[in-house]
Design a protein around this ligand. Structure first.
Ligand SMILES: NC(=O)c1ccc[n+]([C@@H]2O[C@H](COP(=O)([O-])OP(=O)(O)OC[C@H]3O[C@@H](n4cnc5c(N)ncnc54)[C@H](OP(=O)(O)O)[C@@H]3O)[C@@H](O)[C@H]2O)c1
Length: 310
């Protein structure tokens, strides 16, 4: 990772980035991540936007520039976690990142007739939602601590607080992210770095379009982003919404599992379209491990897995 970081470092340092507040958002090419980017975009701020789809990422970057922000994009797959971590470390060394929104995520469900989840779907969710999110924030922990300031925002889900029977892995990744943030918070809080764990309910995004099930109290991505950014900027520990679902979850926790489980099972049937092949096979997995094992070729997987634009 060090070799990759220093290699990337050289590339990034060639371009000048002004000393203005800088936020990094993963999964910024659409849905909540794009809405977060638009919400953060204004004159006098810099954004680093990360996702896999270059065309969609560029479109969001253009919108953010139109709002006055300085924007840098990185076409990266967060599942290539060593490449991602090297990029984040290098970007921060080039110019400090003040706030990081670990947002990129995917979801799947059990199969037809509630068959077990496909293993590819399991690993895609673990690697994107948990490994990718941790690899996004981990390189910033020591630099933020040393600077005595910073905001870490983890986009989890209400599904991490109330696991749904049809989405075991998705719920596990979100519960894991909540636990990670809560463990991190006391350690970083002492150094002036805030950790905000966001637990949204249903949001009308691309993710929602693949979900054929009941989505009560669904919010727009813009409304959710505004809520999350406001919470992060005031240093809130957790932001969970919408309140009727948060209230139901609190009540549900008081009810014995044998009563709660049948209700969840019948109300939240998550029949999600299988992930498309690109999503499960696109990260050049062996390229990322090649990159770890062969430092002399560290730039090759970086080029293959990512591209950076300003
Ligand atoms: N929608 C909801 O109801 C809901 C509710 C609670 C929590 N959340 C959470 O909110 C976050 C955003 O979800 P969303 O609803 O906005 O979903 P979305 O519309 O499907 O957007 C997901 C974003 O993540 C990016 N992404 C996915 N896999 C990636 C990877 N391997 N590497 C880099 N980027 C990747 C996608 O971009 P590319 O395809 O270009 O890579 C896209 O920009 C997720 O963490 C999700 O779990 C969503």
């Amino acid at each position: 990772m060090n070799a990759a970081a220093s290699a990337r470092h050289e590339v990034v340092r060639d371009a000048m980035v002004p000393a203005i507040p800088r936020s990094l958002v993963t999964g910024a090419s659409g849905g909540l991540g794009a809405a977060l980017a638009r919400r953060l975009a204004r004159p006098g701020v810099a954004l680093v936007l990360v996702a896999r789809d270059a065309a969609r990422l560029d479109a969001v970057a253009r919108e953010c520039r139109a709002r006055g922000a300085q924007v840098e994009t990185a076409v990266l797959d967060v599942r290539a976690s060593d490449v991602l971590a090297a990029f984040v470390a290098s970007a921060d060394a080039d110019h400090p990142i003040d706030a990081v929104y670990a947002n990129a995520g995917v979801e799947a469900s059990v199969g037809a007739g509630r068959a077990a989840e496909a293993f590819d779907d399991v690993t895609a969710q673990l690697r994107t939602n948990l490994e990718g999110a941790i690899a996004t924030v981990l390189p910033l922990i020591e630099p933020m601590r040393a600077r005595g300031s910073g905001r870490v925002v983890l986009i989890a889900s209400l599904a991490g607080l109330m696991p749904l029977p049809d989405q075991p892995t998705y719920c596990a990744t979100k519960a894991g992210l909540i636990a990670y943030g809560e463990a991190l918070r006391p350690m970083l809080g002492a150094y002036g770095v805030t950790v905000t764990v966001a637990c949204p309910g249903f949001i009308a995004t691309g993710m929602a379009r693949g979900y054929r099930g009941w989505r009560p109290f669904e919010w727009s991505a813009e409304k959710a982003a505004a809520h999350i950014v406001a919470a992060a900027e005031r240093g809130a520990r957790r932001v969970a919404f919408p309140w009727p679902l948060v209230g139901l979850i609190r009540l549900g926790r008081l009810v014995p599992a044998f009563m709660r489980e049948p209700v969840l099972k019948s109300l939240f049937r998550a029949d999600i379209e299988p992930m498309v092949a690109e999503r499960t096979s696109s990260p050049p997995d062996n390229a990322a491990s090649e990159h770890i094992s062969d430092e002399s070729r560290s730039l090759r997987p970086l080029k293959k897995l990512s591209s950076i634009e300003r």
